[in-house]
Design a protein around this ligand. Structure first.
Ligand SMILES: [Ca+2]
Length: 438
């Protein structure tokens, strides 16, 4: 299938399905890990200082109703990479360091946004977290990326780079490599060197931060995971909160360094930068603002997350949008931004949001779906139906963003309609799904 994709890509037609009102930009996708809806200054946080992301928002478009496809790491990444609901690639849950899922990953036959961008003539790179398979056979290099500096597990010690079971996890492309440094700083360093090396050609860079995922460690903290197998006890809740703040602030500093690099290299005007998170903040340490719930659950706090788009030449500065956008929409948007349309039937679930960027016009209306463990959700406009085991809840998010008033018993018609939509969707995405094992 991948071979077919490449062959067909050579036959790409040079026209676009939307008006060609823009020049194809360089693309930088920056994703934070477990960053909550209330964790940035520009989303109301007064404790954590994020001047660079705040500036990005003041110069760009801030999303108020952006959602991660998953409430945890791997599913969101599968959807982000493939432009489809994660159920279709069999990644509905976390690919854990421990246990049998360690042998699984995103099938390399899947067509990722990196595959497409590479075929469209872009240099492609990923720095930071992969989390779509531990075995080298699942490495990002086999998923369309020319360049990989980072780790394949869900999290590594920020200093010793050991994964959750104590295995070293830092890679240069296909080679496991020892390298000193605080993970967030290494990610920024390699993001910048990738941009510098590719400044003269179109590039698509995925900056996949670990911050602010645990272990909660600042730049000058000691490693918690040691090579002799020792795992030191983690800090108190108060110490974790202090580290959490620093972790976000160091990531923000790195975002600032990327913008400085773009400016220095004369790439500022026509580079599209998109920042988002992969799921909501965790309980007690992260902030999800006034949303209910947290990472791992399908209340809004689990998947409504910060997102900012920046593209000085085309995006009107300082605006916000209520458009409902999801991780899986990133791939079709990249396709359109590249201005290269493959003569190939993509069957993506996501929808291109270029018009939202350049004209502030939302895409056509649609329903959005989530499923994780015992919870399922369908969102249609202001309505959100949540099935939690055997209980069904209906919320009007326009009036009740904190999901406090269940309207399922009074709004029977919409409840039944959404229930039926949810069942149809489940049926649709469950067809032929099988987790692959290497
Ligand atoms: Ca995450």
């Amino acid at each position: 299938m991948k071979l077919l994709f490449y062959v067909l890509s050579i036959l790409l037609l040079q026209f676009s399905c939307v008006p060609r009102k823009f020049d194809a930009p360089n693309i930088i996708l920056i994703m934070a890990d477990d960053l909550g809806y209330g964790d940035l200054g520009c989303y109301g946080n007064t404790n954590i200082k994020t001047p660079n992301l705040d500036k990005m928002a003041s110069e760009g478009l801030r999303f108020m109703d952006y959602h991660s496809n998953g409430a945890v790491c791997s599913p969101t990444r599968a959807a982000l990479l493939t432009g489809r609901y994660q159920q279709r690639s069999g990644i509905e849950g976390v690919v854990y360091a421990k246990g049998e899922t360690r042998q699984t990953g995103l099938d390399i036959k899947e067509v990722t946004f990196a595959d497409f961008m590479k075929s469209a003539g872009y240099a492609t790179g990923i720095v930071g977290k992969w989390h779509l398979g531990y075995n080298v056979d699942f490495n990002p290099i086999y998923q369309g990326f020319d360049f990989f500096r980072g780790y394949v597990s869900g999290n590594i010690d920020y200093h010793s780079h050991l994964d959750g079971v104590g295995i070293p996890d830092w890679w240069h492309d296909l080679e496991k490599t020892e390298e000193e440094g605080y993970v967030t700083d290494l990610i920024t360093k390699y993001a910048i060197s990738f941009i510098e090396e590719n400044k003269s050609k179109p590039f698509c860079l995925y900056v996949s931060h670990e911050s602010p995922h645990y272990p909660f460690q600042g730049r000058n903290d000691e490693p918690e995971r040691l090579l002799n197998g020792e795992f030191k006890p983690t800090g108190t809740a108060e110490q974790k909160k202090i580290a959490y703040k620093e972790m976000i602030e160091v990531m923000d500093e790195g975002v600032g360094d990327i913008f400085t690099t773009l400016k220095k290299l004369g790439l500022k005007e026509n580079t599209f930068v998109f920042f988002c998170s992969d799921n909501g903040g965790i309980r007690e340490i992260g902030s999800n603002g006034n949303l209910r719930g947290n990472k791992g659950k399908l209340w809004e706090g689990g998947h409504r997350v910060p997102a900012i788009a920046w593209w000085p030449r085309y995006i009107e500065p300082g605006k916000t949008t209520d458009a409902q956008v999801m991780s899986m929409d990133v791939f079709p948007t990249f396709i359109n931004l590249s201005k290269v349309v493959p003569k190939y039937d993509f069957q993506l679930d996501g929808m291109d949001f270029t018009r939202l960027l350049i004209e502030n016009k939302p895409s056509e209306k649609r329903s959005l779906f989530w499923k994780y463990r015992n919870q399922k959700v369908v969102r249609n406009g202001k309505w959100k139906l949540l099935v939690d085991k055997n209980d069904t809840y209906l919320y009007n998010l326009e009036e009740d963003i904190s999901e406090q008033n269940d309207l399922s018993s009074t709004e029977n018609t919409i409840t039944n309609q959404l229930k039926s939509e949810l069942e149809n969707w489940e049926q649709d995405v469950s067809l032929g799904v099988k987790l692959r094992t290497k």
